[in-house]
Design a protein around this ligand. Structure first.
Ligand code: MLT
Length: 323
């Protein structure tokens, strides 16, 4: 405890305007709360690489997996608030985990400060090619008839894929077994191999495999069809209105990080998402890019709090128990 306070004091001493002006003078660690090769990791690498050019310093990706990202956010909350450790997260890690996990060693909304909102993508209802259903109605009937044989992959309780499974099961009345992974990068590989049969997975992770014919997509969880996958119907069009989930991402820093440094990081993130090449890559994966105004720290913080208020009753009603 004493060591942490001393570190915090040192960080404050080093965080005057002159220090912030020189920032950054060494590589920046970007904590990623899920396994390499998955959607959060991909977003971190695409945006982080461009931000690193903007800031003239390398970004080191640190994949800290487990407990649907809550271990990673704890590590971030307790890091020195000097701008050299930041983290990427999403609706699951930075809203839903604060509702589900009762024993976090940090306060999700107050111990992390927003840097910038990042793109959002819908989820896709996808299955292994072995599942013999032609459309979403047939899939739901298949899941009900084979509840004891079918398992679905998630990245743990509170992850985006888990929120998707909750919404899907609530609307369709299905209840297949959920298998937790350290990220949906590894989970989708098991889906391709039919080790698991279904995922409600972020478009950016699944769409390339759908396009390659390795897995099958039945519906997208956004209100409108995705421009990246116009052939895939919305869940409402496929007969199940009410499955509406869009997973937004963002960057955060430990509380106490100087505002000048947050502003530098925010400007680098805004510049990254204005780059046509980055936009093309993200949009091709089904990501919607926020405006520079939506990306501002204050606007993003207000958005995150509004999302917390929106999701709290939904998650509490789902009564998710964390062992
Ligand atoms: C990942 O990066 O693996 C995902 O964001 C996991 C998830 O939340 O479903």
């Amino acid at each position: 405890m004493l060591r942490r306070s001393a570190l915090a004091l040192l960080a404050v001493a080093l965080s005057g305007p002159a220090f912030a002006q020189a920032y950054p003078t060494k590589p920046i660690t970007l904590i990623v709360p899920f396994a390499a090769g998955g959607p959060t990791d991909l977003m971190a690498r695409i945006v982080g690489e461009r931000m690193s050019k903007e800031l003239g310093q390398q970004f080191i990706i640190d994949n800290v997996t487990g407990a649907a990202g809550s271990i990673a956010m704890g590590k971030l909350a307790h890091a020195a608030p000097d701008g050299y450790t930041i983290g990427i997260g999403h609706l699951g890690t930075n809203v839903v985990n604060g509702i589900i996990y009762k024993n976090l060693n940090y306060d999700l909304l107050n111990d992390l400060v927003p840097i910038a909102r990042l793109p959002s993508n819908p989820l896709l209802v996808v299955t292994s090619n072995q599942v013999p259903a032609k459309d979403l109605k047939e899939l739901v009937a298949y899941l009900k008839a084979n509840a004891d044989k079918v398992s679905g992959g998630t990245a743990g309780l509170g992850s985006a894929s888990h929120i998707g499974a909750l919404a899907f099961n609530a609307v369709t009345g299905t209840n297949y077994q959920l298998v937790p992974y350290r990220g949906t990068g590894p989970a989708v590989q098991d889906l391709i191999a039919n080790q698991i049969q279904i995922m409600i997975d972020q478009s950016s992770n699944s769409l390339p495999h759908v396009r390659a014919g390795k897995i099958r997509a039945y519906a997208v969880t956004s209100k409108e069809r995705s421009t990246a996958a116009p052939d895939i119907p919305t869940a409402a069009e496929a007969g199940f209105p009410g499955i509406e989930v869009v997973i937004w991402h963002g960057l955060w820093a430990p509380k106490g990080t100087p505002p000048e440094i947050i502003a530098r990081l925010n400007a680098a993130a805004v510049a990254a998402l204005q780059d046509p090449e980055i936009r093309r890559k993200l949009e091709d994966l089904g990501q919607d890019i926020p405006t520079p105004e939506q990306m501002q720290p204050a606007a993003f913080g207000a958005f995150q709090r509004a999302e917390f208020a929106k999701w709290k009753p939904i998650i509490e009603k789902a009564n998710v128990k964390v062992e």
